[in-house]
Write a protein that binds this ligand. Structure first.
Ligand code: HXC
Length: 510
Protein backbone atom coordinates (compact mmCIF):
# COMPACT_ATOMS: atom_id res chain seq x y z
CA UNK A 1 0.00 0.00 0.00
CA UNK A 2 1.55 3.32 -1.02
CA UNK A 3 1.41 6.47 1.12
CA UNK A 4 -1.54 7.91 -0.78
CA UNK A 5 -3.57 4.71 -0.33
CA UNK A 6 -2.74 4.57 3.40
CA UNK A 7 -3.91 8.18 3.78
CA UNK A 8 -7.18 7.46 1.92
CA UNK A 9 -7.79 4.37 4.07
CA UNK A 10 -7.27 6.32 7.26
CA UNK A 11 -9.63 9.06 6.06
CA UNK A 12 -12.33 6.49 5.19
CA UNK A 13 -11.97 4.85 8.61
CA UNK A 14 -12.24 8.26 10.34
CA UNK A 15 -15.35 9.08 8.30
CA UNK A 16 -16.91 5.72 9.21
CA UNK A 17 -16.23 6.27 12.92
CA UNK A 18 -17.70 9.75 12.68
CA UNK A 19 -20.79 8.51 10.82
CA UNK A 20 -21.32 5.81 13.45
CA UNK A 21 -21.03 8.37 16.21
CA UNK A 22 -23.50 10.69 14.48
CA UNK A 23 -25.91 7.79 14.01
CA UNK A 24 -25.65 6.85 17.69
CA UNK A 25 -26.38 10.43 18.69
CA UNK A 26 -29.41 10.61 16.36
CA UNK A 27 -30.72 7.28 17.63
CA UNK A 28 -30.89 8.79 21.10
CA UNK A 29 -33.09 11.60 19.74
CA UNK A 30 -30.19 14.03 19.95
CA UNK A 31 -28.49 16.27 17.42
CA UNK A 32 -24.75 16.59 16.96
CA UNK A 33 -22.84 19.55 18.35
CA UNK A 34 -22.51 21.08 14.88
CA UNK A 35 -26.19 20.61 14.04
CA UNK A 36 -27.06 22.40 17.27
CA UNK A 37 -24.80 25.34 16.46
CA UNK A 38 -26.37 25.56 13.01
CA UNK A 39 -29.79 26.06 14.61
CA UNK A 40 -28.48 28.52 17.19
CA UNK A 41 -26.75 30.97 14.88
CA UNK A 42 -27.86 33.02 11.91
CA UNK A 43 -26.98 31.00 8.83
CA UNK A 44 -23.31 30.91 7.90
CA UNK A 45 -22.15 33.23 10.68
CA UNK A 46 -20.36 30.78 12.98
CA UNK A 47 -16.60 31.39 13.26
CA UNK A 48 -14.86 28.49 14.94
CA UNK A 49 -11.98 28.93 17.35
CA UNK A 50 -9.49 26.19 18.28
CA UNK A 51 -10.76 23.49 15.91
CA UNK A 52 -7.34 21.83 15.82
CA UNK A 53 -6.46 22.03 19.50
CA UNK A 54 -5.00 18.66 20.46
CA UNK A 55 -6.09 16.77 23.56
CA UNK A 56 -3.61 16.69 26.42
CA UNK A 57 -1.46 13.59 26.69
CA UNK A 58 -3.32 10.85 28.51
CA UNK A 59 -4.75 7.42 27.87
CA UNK A 60 -7.84 9.23 26.61
CA UNK A 61 -5.89 11.35 24.14
CA UNK A 62 -5.71 8.51 21.64
CA UNK A 63 -9.48 8.41 21.47
CA UNK A 64 -10.18 12.12 21.52
CA UNK A 65 -10.18 13.72 18.10
CA UNK A 66 -8.58 17.09 17.47
CA UNK A 67 -10.72 19.82 18.99
CA UNK A 68 -10.92 17.64 22.15
CA UNK A 69 -14.67 17.12 22.09
CA UNK A 70 -15.93 20.67 22.10
CA UNK A 71 -16.68 23.17 19.34
CA UNK A 72 -16.17 26.77 20.38
CA UNK A 73 -16.55 30.07 18.61
CA UNK A 74 -18.59 33.13 17.79
CA UNK A 75 -21.63 33.71 15.61
CA UNK A 76 -24.51 36.10 15.13
CA UNK A 77 -28.01 35.84 16.57
CA UNK A 78 -30.44 38.30 15.00
CA UNK A 79 -27.31 40.05 13.77
CA UNK A 80 -25.79 40.42 17.26
CA UNK A 81 -22.49 38.91 18.33
CA UNK A 82 -22.76 35.88 20.65
CA UNK A 83 -20.11 33.37 21.80
CA UNK A 84 -20.90 29.69 22.26
CA UNK A 85 -19.44 26.28 22.90
CA UNK A 86 -21.03 22.94 22.11
CA UNK A 87 -19.82 19.74 23.75
CA UNK A 88 -19.57 16.68 21.54
CA UNK A 89 -20.84 13.60 23.35
CA UNK A 90 -19.43 11.37 20.62
CA UNK A 91 -15.92 12.18 21.83
CA UNK A 92 -15.35 10.49 25.20
CA UNK A 93 -18.88 11.26 26.32
CA UNK A 94 -18.32 15.02 26.04
CA UNK A 95 -16.13 14.71 29.12
CA UNK A 96 -14.12 17.76 30.02
CA UNK A 97 -10.38 17.33 29.62
CA UNK A 98 -7.84 20.10 30.06
CA UNK A 99 -7.75 21.19 26.39
CA UNK A 100 -11.55 21.00 26.16
CA UNK A 101 -11.89 23.14 29.30
CA UNK A 102 -9.28 25.62 28.09
CA UNK A 103 -11.22 26.16 24.85
CA UNK A 104 -14.39 26.91 26.84
CA UNK A 105 -12.44 29.28 29.09
CA UNK A 106 -11.06 31.06 26.04
CA UNK A 107 -14.50 31.84 24.58
CA UNK A 108 -15.75 32.83 28.03
CA UNK A 109 -12.90 35.32 28.33
CA UNK A 110 -13.48 36.69 24.82
CA UNK A 111 -17.21 37.12 25.51
CA UNK A 112 -16.37 38.95 28.74
CA UNK A 113 -13.84 41.28 27.08
CA UNK A 114 -16.10 41.99 24.12
CA UNK A 115 -19.34 42.38 26.07
CA UNK A 116 -21.25 39.63 24.27
CA UNK A 117 -23.56 36.92 25.68
CA UNK A 118 -22.25 33.37 25.94
CA UNK A 119 -24.20 30.16 25.44
CA UNK A 120 -23.07 26.70 26.49
CA UNK A 121 -24.59 23.67 24.78
CA UNK A 122 -23.93 20.95 27.34
CA UNK A 123 -23.77 17.21 26.65
CA UNK A 124 -21.17 15.81 29.00
CA UNK A 125 -20.21 13.06 31.43
CA UNK A 126 -18.38 15.64 33.57
CA UNK A 127 -14.70 15.72 34.49
CA UNK A 128 -12.65 13.47 32.19
CA UNK A 129 -11.66 10.74 34.58
CA UNK A 130 -8.40 9.87 32.79
CA UNK A 131 -7.08 13.45 33.11
CA UNK A 132 -7.48 13.66 36.86
CA UNK A 133 -6.74 17.00 38.47
CA UNK A 134 -6.01 18.66 35.09
CA UNK A 135 -9.68 18.27 34.33
CA UNK A 136 -10.74 19.59 37.73
CA UNK A 137 -8.50 22.64 37.34
CA UNK A 138 -10.09 23.38 33.95
CA UNK A 139 -13.53 23.25 35.57
CA UNK A 140 -12.38 25.62 38.30
CA UNK A 141 -11.29 28.17 35.66
CA UNK A 142 -14.67 27.89 33.95
CA UNK A 143 -16.56 28.41 37.22
CA UNK A 144 -14.44 31.45 38.09
CA UNK A 145 -15.12 32.89 34.65
CA UNK A 146 -18.87 32.28 35.14
CA UNK A 147 -18.80 34.20 38.39
CA UNK A 148 -16.70 37.03 36.98
CA UNK A 149 -19.07 37.45 34.02
CA UNK A 150 -22.20 37.32 36.18
CA UNK A 151 -24.14 40.57 35.87
CA UNK A 152 -21.88 41.74 33.03
CA UNK A 153 -22.83 39.50 30.11
CA UNK A 154 -25.88 37.21 29.89
CA UNK A 155 -24.82 33.57 30.29
CA UNK A 156 -27.14 30.81 29.12
CA UNK A 157 -26.80 27.02 29.45
CA UNK A 158 -28.68 24.55 27.31
CA UNK A 159 -28.58 20.97 28.58
CA UNK A 160 -28.97 18.57 25.67
CA UNK A 161 -27.78 15.28 27.09
CA UNK A 162 -26.24 14.32 30.38
CA UNK A 163 -24.73 17.00 32.59
CA UNK A 164 -23.11 14.92 35.27
CA UNK A 165 -20.77 15.79 38.11
CA UNK A 166 -18.76 18.94 37.40
CA UNK A 167 -20.86 19.59 34.27
CA UNK A 168 -23.75 20.84 36.40
CA UNK A 169 -22.02 23.64 38.22
CA UNK A 170 -21.23 25.92 35.31
CA UNK A 171 -24.92 25.91 34.25
CA UNK A 172 -25.93 26.52 37.87
CA UNK A 173 -23.77 29.65 37.87
CA UNK A 174 -25.27 30.98 34.63
CA UNK A 175 -28.41 33.11 34.31
CA UNK A 176 -30.75 30.69 32.55
CA UNK A 177 -30.81 26.91 32.17
CA UNK A 178 -32.72 25.31 29.29
CA UNK A 179 -33.36 21.56 29.19
CA UNK A 180 -35.04 19.08 26.90
CA UNK A 181 -37.61 16.57 28.10
CA UNK A 182 -36.44 12.93 28.17
CA UNK A 183 -33.05 13.51 26.50
CA UNK A 184 -31.32 15.71 29.07
CA UNK A 185 -30.37 15.02 32.66
CA UNK A 186 -28.58 16.93 35.39
CA UNK A 187 -27.23 15.40 38.57
CA UNK A 188 -24.24 15.74 40.84
CA UNK A 189 -24.23 12.01 41.56
CA UNK A 190 -26.02 9.59 39.27
CA UNK A 191 -28.38 6.65 39.92
CA UNK A 192 -25.49 4.14 40.33
CA UNK A 193 -23.84 6.13 43.12
CA UNK A 194 -27.18 6.70 44.81
CA UNK A 195 -27.83 2.96 44.74
CA UNK A 196 -24.38 2.23 46.14
CA UNK A 197 -24.43 4.81 48.93
CA UNK A 198 -28.10 4.92 49.89
CA UNK A 199 -29.44 1.71 48.37
CA UNK A 200 -32.15 3.78 46.63
CA UNK A 201 -33.38 2.90 43.16
CA UNK A 202 -34.04 5.77 40.79
CA UNK A 203 -33.68 6.20 37.04
CA UNK A 204 -31.97 9.15 35.36
CA UNK A 205 -35.25 10.72 34.22
CA UNK A 206 -36.84 10.69 37.68
CA UNK A 207 -33.62 11.85 39.30
CA UNK A 208 -32.64 14.74 37.07
CA UNK A 209 -34.74 14.90 33.90
CA UNK A 210 -35.90 18.15 32.30
CA UNK A 211 -39.34 18.13 33.88
CA UNK A 212 -38.01 17.36 37.35
CA UNK A 213 -35.63 20.30 37.23
CA UNK A 214 -38.21 22.61 35.67
CA UNK A 215 -40.96 21.85 38.19
CA UNK A 216 -39.38 20.50 41.37
CA UNK A 217 -35.84 21.73 41.92
CA UNK A 218 -36.17 24.91 39.87
CA UNK A 219 -32.66 24.33 38.45
CA UNK A 220 -34.08 24.58 34.90
CA UNK A 221 -35.87 27.75 33.83
CA UNK A 222 -37.19 26.26 30.61
CA UNK A 223 -37.97 22.77 29.33
CA UNK A 224 -38.86 21.87 25.75
CA UNK A 225 -39.90 18.66 24.00
CA UNK A 226 -36.99 18.66 21.60
CA UNK A 227 -33.64 20.25 20.95
CA UNK A 228 -34.73 22.41 18.06
CA UNK A 229 -37.44 24.14 20.12
CA UNK A 230 -35.07 24.57 23.06
CA UNK A 231 -32.38 26.20 20.92
CA UNK A 232 -34.86 28.42 19.06
CA UNK A 233 -36.19 29.57 22.44
CA UNK A 234 -32.69 30.70 23.38
CA UNK A 235 -32.68 32.93 20.30
CA UNK A 236 -36.06 34.29 21.37
CA UNK A 237 -34.88 35.03 24.91
CA UNK A 238 -31.83 36.90 23.66
CA UNK A 239 -34.08 39.27 21.70
CA UNK A 240 -35.23 40.78 25.04
CA UNK A 241 -31.76 41.19 26.53
CA UNK A 242 -28.93 43.64 26.09
CA UNK A 243 -25.57 42.14 25.12
CA UNK A 244 -23.99 43.41 28.32
CA UNK A 245 -24.83 45.50 31.38
CA UNK A 246 -23.86 48.78 29.69
CA UNK A 247 -25.70 48.30 26.42
CA UNK A 248 -29.20 49.80 25.99
CA UNK A 249 -32.08 47.34 25.81
CA UNK A 250 -33.07 46.14 22.34
CA UNK A 251 -36.14 47.95 21.00
CA UNK A 252 -38.93 46.57 18.90
CA UNK A 253 -40.59 48.91 16.43
CA UNK A 254 -43.32 46.41 15.65
CA UNK A 255 -45.87 47.41 18.31
CA UNK A 256 -49.31 45.85 18.52
CA UNK A 257 -51.51 45.55 21.58
CA UNK A 258 -54.91 44.24 22.64
CA UNK A 259 -56.74 47.54 22.26
CA UNK A 260 -60.21 45.99 22.37
CA UNK A 261 -59.43 43.90 25.45
CA UNK A 262 -58.37 46.75 27.77
CA UNK A 263 -61.94 47.19 29.01
CA UNK A 264 -62.11 43.53 29.98
CA UNK A 265 -59.67 44.44 32.78
CA UNK A 266 -62.47 46.46 34.45
CA UNK A 267 -64.32 43.17 34.97
CA UNK A 268 -61.52 40.69 35.55
CA UNK A 269 -61.41 40.84 39.36
CA UNK A 270 -64.22 38.59 40.72
CA UNK A 271 -66.74 40.17 43.15
CA UNK A 272 -65.93 37.50 45.67
CA UNK A 273 -62.46 38.30 47.03
CA UNK A 274 -61.75 34.61 47.56
CA UNK A 275 -62.33 33.64 43.95
CA UNK A 276 -59.24 33.26 41.77
CA UNK A 277 -58.57 34.63 38.29
CA UNK A 278 -55.63 34.15 35.96
CA UNK A 279 -53.07 36.92 36.32
CA UNK A 280 -51.47 35.76 33.05
CA UNK A 281 -54.49 37.22 31.27
CA UNK A 282 -53.82 40.59 32.92
CA UNK A 283 -50.17 40.44 31.83
CA UNK A 284 -51.05 39.52 28.26
CA UNK A 285 -53.60 42.30 27.95
CA UNK A 286 -51.28 44.95 29.38
CA UNK A 287 -48.19 44.05 27.37
CA UNK A 288 -47.63 44.38 23.65
CA UNK A 289 -49.36 41.52 21.83
CA UNK A 290 -47.71 38.09 22.15
CA UNK A 291 -44.60 39.42 23.82
CA UNK A 292 -44.82 37.76 27.24
CA UNK A 293 -41.99 35.24 27.53
CA UNK A 294 -42.46 33.37 30.75
CA UNK A 295 -39.47 32.22 32.78
CA UNK A 296 -39.69 29.29 35.24
CA UNK A 297 -43.20 28.50 33.97
CA UNK A 298 -43.49 25.17 35.80
CA UNK A 299 -41.80 26.12 39.05
CA UNK A 300 -43.47 27.93 41.98
CA UNK A 301 -46.53 28.75 39.91
CA UNK A 302 -47.94 30.97 42.67
CA UNK A 303 -45.67 33.69 41.29
CA UNK A 304 -45.20 34.45 37.61
CA UNK A 305 -42.08 36.02 36.17
CA UNK A 306 -41.01 36.76 32.64
CA UNK A 307 -39.96 39.25 30.02
CA UNK A 308 -42.27 41.23 27.81
CA UNK A 309 -42.48 44.43 25.83
CA UNK A 310 -44.45 47.51 26.69
CA UNK A 311 -44.64 49.94 23.80
CA UNK A 312 -41.71 48.12 22.20
CA UNK A 313 -39.43 48.26 25.26
CA UNK A 314 -38.28 45.26 27.29
CA UNK A 315 -39.61 45.01 30.82
CA UNK A 316 -39.51 42.30 33.46
CA UNK A 317 -42.84 41.25 35.00
CA UNK A 318 -43.31 39.80 38.48
CA UNK A 319 -46.91 38.87 39.28
CA UNK A 320 -48.62 36.95 42.06
CA UNK A 321 -50.86 34.22 40.63
CA UNK A 322 -54.15 33.95 42.61
CA UNK A 323 -54.92 30.70 40.77
CA UNK A 324 -52.18 28.82 42.63
CA UNK A 325 -52.00 28.72 46.45
CA UNK A 326 -54.11 31.92 46.34
CA UNK A 327 -50.96 33.75 45.23
CA UNK A 328 -49.25 33.38 48.61
CA UNK A 329 -45.52 33.76 48.82
CA UNK A 330 -43.73 30.57 49.84
CA UNK A 331 -40.07 29.62 49.79
CA UNK A 332 -39.93 28.65 46.14
CA UNK A 333 -41.89 31.71 45.00
CA UNK A 334 -39.51 33.94 46.97
CA UNK A 335 -36.46 32.30 45.41
CA UNK A 336 -37.93 32.47 41.91
CA UNK A 337 -38.94 36.10 42.28
CA UNK A 338 -35.67 37.20 43.89
CA UNK A 339 -33.49 35.63 41.24
CA UNK A 340 -35.51 37.22 38.44
CA UNK A 341 -35.53 40.67 40.05
CA UNK A 342 -31.76 40.55 40.50
CA UNK A 343 -31.27 39.52 36.86
CA UNK A 344 -33.42 42.41 35.65
CA UNK A 345 -31.63 44.85 37.91
CA UNK A 346 -28.21 43.69 36.71
CA UNK A 347 -29.18 44.33 33.07
CA UNK A 348 -31.18 47.53 33.60
CA UNK A 349 -34.51 45.95 32.74
CA UNK A 350 -37.39 47.95 34.34
CA UNK A 351 -39.75 45.98 36.54
CA UNK A 352 -43.54 45.81 36.53
CA UNK A 353 -45.01 44.20 39.63
CA UNK A 354 -48.64 43.04 39.58
CA UNK A 355 -49.70 42.36 43.11
CA UNK A 356 -52.44 40.17 44.54
CA UNK A 357 -51.00 38.45 47.57
CA UNK A 358 -52.71 37.53 50.83
CA UNK A 359 -49.37 37.04 52.63
CA UNK A 360 -46.63 34.51 53.18
CA UNK A 361 -47.76 30.87 53.17
CA UNK A 362 -48.28 29.69 56.73
CA UNK A 363 -47.08 26.25 57.84
CA UNK A 364 -44.64 24.33 59.98
CA UNK A 365 -42.87 22.99 56.91
CA UNK A 366 -42.36 26.50 55.52
CA UNK A 367 -41.13 27.85 58.85
CA UNK A 368 -38.76 24.95 59.46
CA UNK A 369 -37.45 25.12 55.90
CA UNK A 370 -36.54 28.76 56.37
CA UNK A 371 -39.29 30.94 54.89
CA UNK A 372 -37.82 33.74 57.03
CA UNK A 373 -34.47 33.75 55.26
CA UNK A 374 -35.86 32.82 51.83
CA UNK A 375 -38.65 35.41 51.97
CA UNK A 376 -35.97 37.91 52.97
CA UNK A 377 -34.23 37.23 49.66
CA UNK A 378 -37.19 38.63 47.73
CA UNK A 379 -37.36 41.60 50.05
CA UNK A 380 -33.62 42.17 49.68
CA UNK A 381 -33.80 41.88 45.90
CA UNK A 382 -36.57 44.47 45.55
CA UNK A 383 -34.94 46.88 48.04
CA UNK A 384 -31.60 46.53 46.27
CA UNK A 385 -32.91 46.92 42.71
CA UNK A 386 -32.32 50.40 41.32
CA UNK A 387 -34.11 49.94 37.98
CA UNK A 388 -37.48 51.67 37.48
CA UNK A 389 -40.01 49.71 39.56
CA UNK A 390 -43.76 50.13 39.19
CA UNK A 391 -46.26 48.18 41.26
CA UNK A 392 -49.94 47.85 40.45
CA UNK A 393 -51.99 46.41 43.31
CA UNK A 394 -54.80 44.47 41.68
CA UNK A 395 -56.45 43.06 44.78
CA UNK A 396 -54.90 41.72 47.99
CA UNK A 397 -51.89 43.39 49.49
CA UNK A 398 -51.56 42.32 53.07
CA UNK A 399 -48.89 42.51 55.71
CA UNK A 400 -45.28 41.64 54.93
CA UNK A 401 -46.30 40.71 51.43
CA UNK A 402 -47.48 44.30 50.81
CA UNK A 403 -44.08 45.54 51.89
CA UNK A 404 -42.12 42.98 49.87
CA UNK A 405 -43.76 43.51 46.50
CA UNK A 406 -41.91 46.77 45.89
CA UNK A 407 -43.96 49.04 48.12
CA UNK A 408 -43.11 52.77 48.12
CA UNK A 409 -40.93 52.61 51.22
CA UNK A 410 -38.80 49.79 49.85
CA UNK A 411 -37.97 52.06 46.90
CA UNK A 412 -40.84 51.37 44.51
CA UNK A 413 -40.96 54.35 42.13
CA UNK A 414 -44.70 54.27 41.53
CA UNK A 415 -47.37 52.29 43.37
CA UNK A 416 -50.74 52.29 41.64
CA UNK A 417 -53.84 50.43 42.76
CA UNK A 418 -57.09 49.36 41.22
CA UNK A 419 -60.22 50.20 43.23
CA UNK A 420 -60.50 46.47 44.02
CA UNK A 421 -57.29 46.68 46.09
CA UNK A 422 -57.33 45.59 49.73
CA UNK A 423 -54.32 47.04 51.52
CA UNK A 424 -53.82 46.44 55.24
CA UNK A 425 -51.83 44.62 57.89
CA UNK A 426 -53.96 41.52 57.41
CA UNK A 427 -57.16 40.31 55.78
CA UNK A 428 -60.50 41.40 57.30
CA UNK A 429 -61.49 38.02 58.78
CA UNK A 430 -58.22 37.62 60.69
CA UNK A 431 -58.04 41.28 61.70
CA UNK A 432 -61.44 41.54 63.38
CA UNK A 433 -60.89 38.30 65.28
CA UNK A 434 -57.92 39.98 66.96
CA UNK A 435 -59.14 43.56 67.32
CA UNK A 436 -62.80 42.79 68.12
CA UNK A 437 -62.33 39.53 70.03
CA UNK A 438 -64.07 40.67 73.23
CA UNK A 439 -66.96 42.29 71.36
CA UNK A 440 -67.53 39.14 69.26
CA UNK A 441 -67.40 36.90 72.34
CA UNK A 442 -70.10 38.94 74.07
CA UNK A 443 -72.34 39.30 70.99
CA UNK A 444 -75.67 37.49 70.84
CA UNK A 445 -75.37 37.29 67.07
CA UNK A 446 -71.63 36.95 66.36
CA UNK A 447 -72.10 35.98 62.69
CA UNK A 448 -74.00 39.19 61.91
CA UNK A 449 -71.58 41.28 63.93
CA UNK A 450 -68.64 39.69 62.16
CA UNK A 451 -70.14 40.63 58.78
CA UNK A 452 -70.69 44.21 59.94
CA UNK A 453 -67.16 44.48 61.30
CA UNK A 454 -65.67 43.06 58.09
CA UNK A 455 -67.54 45.64 55.99
CA UNK A 456 -66.42 48.42 58.33
CA UNK A 457 -62.80 47.19 58.18
CA UNK A 458 -62.92 47.10 54.38
CA UNK A 459 -64.45 50.58 54.12
CA UNK A 460 -62.29 52.28 56.70
CA UNK A 461 -58.95 50.50 56.65
CA UNK A 462 -58.36 47.90 53.93
CA UNK A 463 -58.89 50.02 50.83
CA UNK A 464 -56.65 51.83 48.39
CA UNK A 465 -58.19 55.28 48.98
CA UNK A 466 -56.84 55.42 52.54
CA UNK A 467 -53.39 54.49 51.21
CA UNK A 468 -53.76 57.15 48.50
CA UNK A 469 -54.50 59.82 51.13
CA UNK A 470 -51.33 58.82 52.95
CA UNK A 471 -49.30 59.10 49.73
CA UNK A 472 -48.49 55.37 49.84
CA UNK A 473 -50.46 54.79 46.66
CA UNK A 474 -49.72 57.32 43.91
CA UNK A 475 -53.08 56.92 42.27
CA UNK A 476 -56.08 54.64 42.25
CA UNK A 477 -56.43 53.91 38.55
CA UNK A 478 -59.06 52.40 36.31
CA UNK A 479 -57.95 48.93 35.18
CA UNK A 480 -58.64 49.74 31.52
CA UNK A 481 -56.35 52.80 31.75
CA UNK A 482 -53.48 50.80 33.21
CA UNK A 483 -51.53 50.17 30.01
CA UNK A 484 -51.45 53.84 29.04
CA UNK A 485 -50.51 54.91 32.56
CA UNK A 486 -47.70 52.35 32.69
CA UNK A 487 -46.29 53.52 29.36
CA UNK A 488 -46.18 57.12 30.63
CA UNK A 489 -44.84 56.15 34.05
CA UNK A 490 -42.00 54.05 32.61
CA UNK A 491 -41.25 56.89 30.20
CA UNK A 492 -40.99 59.32 33.15
CA UNK A 493 -38.62 56.91 34.90
CA UNK A 494 -36.47 56.20 31.86
CA UNK A 495 -33.70 58.55 33.00
CA UNK A 496 -33.57 57.14 36.51
CA UNK A 497 -30.04 57.49 37.87
CA UNK A 498 -28.44 55.67 40.73
CA UNK A 499 -25.14 55.99 42.59
CA UNK A 500 -23.63 52.72 43.73
CA UNK A 501 -22.94 52.60 47.45
CA UNK A 502 -19.36 52.50 48.58
CA UNK A 503 -19.16 48.95 49.87
CA UNK A 504 -17.67 45.72 48.59
CA UNK A 505 -21.05 44.02 48.41
CA UNK A 506 -24.10 43.55 50.57
CA UNK A 507 -24.82 40.29 52.33
CA UNK A 508 -28.01 38.90 50.78
CA UNK A 509 -29.50 36.25 53.12
CA UNK A 510 -28.43 33.22 51.05
C1 HXC B 1 -14.21 9.93 30.69
C2 HXC B 1 -16.30 9.32 30.03
C3 HXC B 1 -16.86 10.05 31.11
C4 HXC B 1 -15.98 10.74 32.00
C5 HXC B 1 -18.45 9.14 29.99
N1 HXC B 1 -17.32 8.78 29.38
N2 HXC B 1 -18.20 9.90 31.06
N3 HXC B 1 -14.99 9.28 29.84
N4 HXC B 1 -14.66 10.65 31.74
N5 HXC B 1 -16.43 11.44 33.01
C6 HXC B 1 -17.18 7.96 28.19
C7 HXC B 1 -17.54 6.50 28.41
O1 HXC B 1 -16.46 5.79 28.92
C8 HXC B 1 -17.89 6.04 27.00
O2 HXC B 1 -16.70 5.82 26.30
C9 HXC B 1 -18.53 7.29 26.40
O3 HXC B 1 -18.10 8.39 27.21
C10 HXC B 1 -20.04 7.25 26.41
O4 HXC B 1 -20.46 6.92 27.72
P1 HXC B 1 -21.60 5.84 28.03
O5 HXC B 1 -21.53 5.53 29.46
O6 HXC B 1 -21.46 4.69 27.06
O7 HXC B 1 -22.91 6.65 27.64
P2 HXC B 1 -24.32 6.65 28.35
O8 HXC B 1 -24.76 5.26 28.61
O9 HXC B 1 -25.19 7.52 27.49
O10 HXC B 1 -24.11 7.35 29.77
C11 HXC B 1 -23.69 8.70 29.84
C12 HXC B 1 -23.32 9.06 31.29
C13 HXC B 1 -22.34 7.99 31.86
C14 HXC B 1 -24.60 9.07 32.13
C15 HXC B 1 -22.75 10.46 31.31
O11 HXC B 1 -21.27 7.85 30.90
C16 HXC B 1 -21.76 8.37 33.17
O12 HXC B 1 -22.41 8.15 34.22
N6 HXC B 1 -20.53 8.90 33.17
C17 HXC B 1 -19.85 9.29 34.38
C18 HXC B 1 -20.50 10.50 34.96
C19 HXC B 1 -19.83 11.00 36.22
O13 HXC B 1 -19.90 10.35 37.28
N7 HXC B 1 -19.10 12.08 36.07
C20 HXC B 1 -18.54 12.66 37.21
C21 HXC B 1 -17.12 12.80 36.98
S1 HXC B 1 -16.50 13.55 38.46
P3 HXC B 1 -16.61 4.66 25.18
O14 HXC B 1 -15.15 4.66 24.80
O15 HXC B 1 -17.06 3.41 25.83
O16 HXC B 1 -17.51 5.12 24.08
C22 HXC B 1 -16.71 15.20 38.23
C23 HXC B 1 -16.21 16.03 39.40
C24 HXC B 1 -16.03 17.46 39.07
O17 HXC B 1 -17.19 15.68 37.26
C25 HXC B 1 -16.45 18.26 40.26
C26 HXC B 1 -16.35 19.73 39.99
C27 HXC B 1 -17.26 20.53 40.92
Amino acid sequence: MNQQEAFENRLTSLRDTEENAVQKQHQKGKLTARERLNILFDEGTFFEIGAFVEPHQSAAAKKAASGDGVIAGRGLIQGRSVFAFAQDFTVLGGSLGFAHGSKIAQVQEMAFKLGAPIIGLIDSGGARIQEGIKSLSAYATIFRNNVRSSGIIPQISVILGPAAGGAVYSPALTDFVFMTDKTSFMFVTGPDVIKEVLNEDIDMESLGGGNVHASKSGVAHFVYDDEEHAILAVRKLLAYLPSNNFEPLPLSTHIQFHEARQEYLDKIIPDDANRPYDVKEVIQILLDKDTFFEVHEKFAQNIMVGFGRLNGKTIGVVANQPKVLAGTLDINASLKGARFVRFCDAYNIPLLILEDVPGFLPGVDQEHSGIIKHGAKLLYAFCEATVPKITVILRKSYGGAYIVMSSKNTGGDFNFAWASAEIAVMGPAGAIKIVNRAELAKSKNPAELEKELIDKYKNEIANPFRAEELGLIDEVIKPSDTRNILITAFEILSNKQYSPLSRKHGNIPL
